[in-house]
Ligand binder design. Structure first.
Ligand SMILES: Cc1cc2nc3c(=O)[nH]c(=O)nc-3n(C[C@H](O)[C@H](O)[C@H](O)COP(=O)(O)OP(=O)(O)OC[C@H]3O[C@@H](n4cnc5c(N)ncnc54)[C@H](O)[C@@H]3O)c2cc1C
Length: 470
């Protein structure tokens, strides 16, 4: 069967456009993964028409298709089974148009995020989505996961930056919804169905993205605080004082700060390592002199009133890069054990108690481990990383997941702030979504993909009698 699939796909996209199962075993399964890809074949179309033809063919035969972008997803959302076809967007990397008047970009879905950021910068514009994985993550993947990242507090999530989408449905139908208008209330906003659908409702092939004016001035500071109350109050103070220019508010619990500012990490502490909480703040505006003045006054007020304990203010672009490098040096969690990575959302008022309870339950119920917490606090989003000994990993992982996820229900939190659900969080979807919500999701899936061939088994299982159970 695999050989048949490979030769049919080669007819559609050419010899070099398809990798067979043996070739796939040489490709990594993704970021922070030690395994390699498996599938009947990996097909790399170059146009929407080819994507449509591939889906029509697979649909007719009931062959499942898993879409892959840059493979930086962290929830096993792009994993494929040996019998499935992987459709990779890696040869659809054209930035088709930058319209500087309308301030939109039209791109193919395989364009890496950083490539678009760099291209629009040449036009004095900005695409404000920004993630540590910017070099590899694709715009199609960002849309499919509704990625968040560093500047959500100012610009929203990927959903808020998409004006139009072109999507190929399971049966090969091309749904072109390449709207360029900010306001368009003519009926259902269909593109929103596909944003965050993790490849389960359609394959995103092209996007119209909203651009912003390039910020002309950036101010940053690294701040130390004595208590969590101070962190929450500082967020309100700085947001109010900066008049809408606050573009990042990233918190780090002390253990994460120590990790990324002590050898073997390359970073060094901009403020002493003795405080319980640290915050990186960034403000982006349009007037260097005025913005700096306002930023410095806001910081002085916070220091003078005792709201913050200490601060280092960036004096150069290099300082800004160094501050961000500390925040982004998540790779340090790979040292000395295996990390279990979580991405949760909860109200700011509940965070301190949640973190303290979690630390306590991990201490009493899990053997040797390390816990790090940091995240986009301004958006209510924490990344929790529990590192365990490699030999304990498989045994303790389910226990650690239960300890992290279950308490979220009581504070109306979410098991996934920005990474999606994939396969990894599927067992805990009930913590954040009601039975009625999941039932509507299943109805949408059955309507758009009745044979259940698109990324089957991700987010939730089909209702009995639907999709692959048919
Ligand atoms: C170092 C690092 C930092 C990160 N930081 C952040 C962060 O700050 N915020 C954040 O939100 N995420 C973050 N991530 C996670 C990841 O980068 C995002 O989820 C990203 O949006 C995934 O894009 P991708 O192209 O790599 O998608 P993939 O990993 O290839 O796929 C992810 C999901 O999207 C589907 N998919 C991909 N392309 C398409 C398409 N064209 N059409 C339909 N479905 C598709 C796949 O089937 C899969 O379900 C980080 C990851 C790493 C490794």
């Amino acid at each position: 069967m695999s050989a048949e699939i490979v030769s049919a796909l080669r007819e559609m996209v050419g010899e070099g456009g398809v990798l067979d199962a043996d070739e796939l075993r040489k490709r990594s399964a993704g970021a922070y993964r030690f395994d390699t890809l498996k599938a009947a074949a990996l097909v790399r179309p170059t146009t929407t028409q080819q994507v449509s033809e591939i889906l029509r063919w697979c649909h007719a035969r009931g062959i499942s298709v898993v879409t892959q972008g840059g493979l930086t997803g962290l929830v096993h959302g792009a994993d494929a089974e040996p019998s499935e076809v992987i459709l990779s967007l890696e040869r659809m990397r054209v930035i088709e148009e930058i319209d500087t008047k309308q301030r939109v970009a039209l791109v193919q879905a395989g364009v890496p995020l950083q490539a678009l950021q760099e291209e629009v910068d040449k036009h004095d514009l900005a695409f404000p989505l920004d993630l540590g994985s910017r070099g590899s993550a694709t715009l199609g993947g960002n849309a499919a996961t509704n990625a968040g990242g560093n500047r959500v507090i100012r610009y929203g999530m990927t959903r808020d930056m998409i004006l139009g989408l072109e999507v190929v449905l399971a049966d090969g139908t091309v749904l072109s919804s390449l709207n360029r208008l900010i306001k368009n209330n003519s009926g259902y906003d269909l593109k929103q169905l596909f944003v965050g659908s993790e490849g389960t409702l359609g394959i995103i092939t092209r996007l119209v993205l909203r651009l912003r004016e390039k910020p002309l001035a950036t101010n940053m500071a690294f701040v130390a605080l004595d208590s969590f109350d101070a962190v929450a109050n500082f967020l309100k103070h700085i947001d109010r004082s900066l008049g809408g220019t606050l573009s990042a508010f990233e918190v780090m619990w002390q253990s994460y700060y120590k990790l990324v500012t002590s050898p073997p990490a390359k970073g060094r502490p901009p403020v002493p390592q003795t405080y319980p909480y640290y915050v990186l703040i960034e403000s982006q505006g349009g007037d260097e002199a005025l913005d700096s003045q306002r930023f410095n006054v806001a910081m002085e007020t916070a220091l003078d009133s005792g709201l913050i304990a200490d601060a280092a203010i960036a004096q150069s672009e290099q300082d800004c890069r160094d501050f961000w490098a500390l925040r982004d040096d998540v790779g340090q969690v790979m040292q000395g054990g295996l990390p279990i990575v979580f991405d949760v959302s909860l109200p700011i008022a509940a965070m301190e108690g949640y973190a303290a309870t979690l630390a306590g339950t991990l201490d009493s119920e899990i053997g040797e481990h390390r816990l790090w917490i940091f995240g986009h606090l301004g958006d209510g989003n924490l990344h929790v990383i529990v590192q365990v000994k490699p030999m304990d990993y498989l045994k303790v992982r389910p226990k650690v997941e239960a300890l992290v996820y279950r308490p979220l229900a009581a504070c109306h939190g979410s098991i996934s702030a920005e990474h999606g659900v994939g396969l990894e969080k599927k067992p805990y979807l009930y913590v954040s979504r009601s039975a009625a919500e999941v039932a509507v999701m299943r109805t949408l899936k059955a309507a758009l993909d009745p044979k259940g061939i698109l990324n089957p088994g991700k987010i939730f299982d089909p209702a009995p009698g639907c999709g692959r159970d048919q």
